[in-house]
Design a protein around this ligand. Sequence first.
Ligand code: RB5
Length: 157
Amino acid sequence: MNLAFGCDHAGYEDPAPHYAPALIEYLESLGHSVEHVGTYGQGSVDYPDFAEKVARAVLDQTAELGILLCGTGMGISIAANRHQGIRAAACVTEEMVRLARNHNNANILCIGRRISSIDECKHLIDIFLSTEFSGGERHVRRIDKMDLLGQTARTSS
Ligand code: RB5
């Protein structure tokens, strides 16, 4: 699968393992192709910039799905969700990830360096990549409503 990965400086936060390189290496070991859009080191950056890069990759369909990481997974998910058509889910449990894919058709998973262990992150990613959207009528209807709301908000401002 073609994936986009982005993070802020939390991706390189000490102590080791640094989550960004460790998770990318893990994904590549599973055979995925990963576009790492940055950041690439410990220097302080603004998470909305990297949320935007991953959102664009997903919206442009150069990536099927995206993975974002910050300290909590929260700021970067809020930023990603500002982009019309992005459904970014900040998750800490397997069930959250499963339902985010199954019901919400989440197209970006957001995880937190300071919240989940590296093994937990790998597990959340595994579930994210292996769970399909159910396609259920009620879920499609609800997602359509969110997209419509986004369009209305744009045109009425
Ligand atoms: C950066 O220190 C931190 O605020 C950021 O990674 C994230 O946790 C924000 O939601």
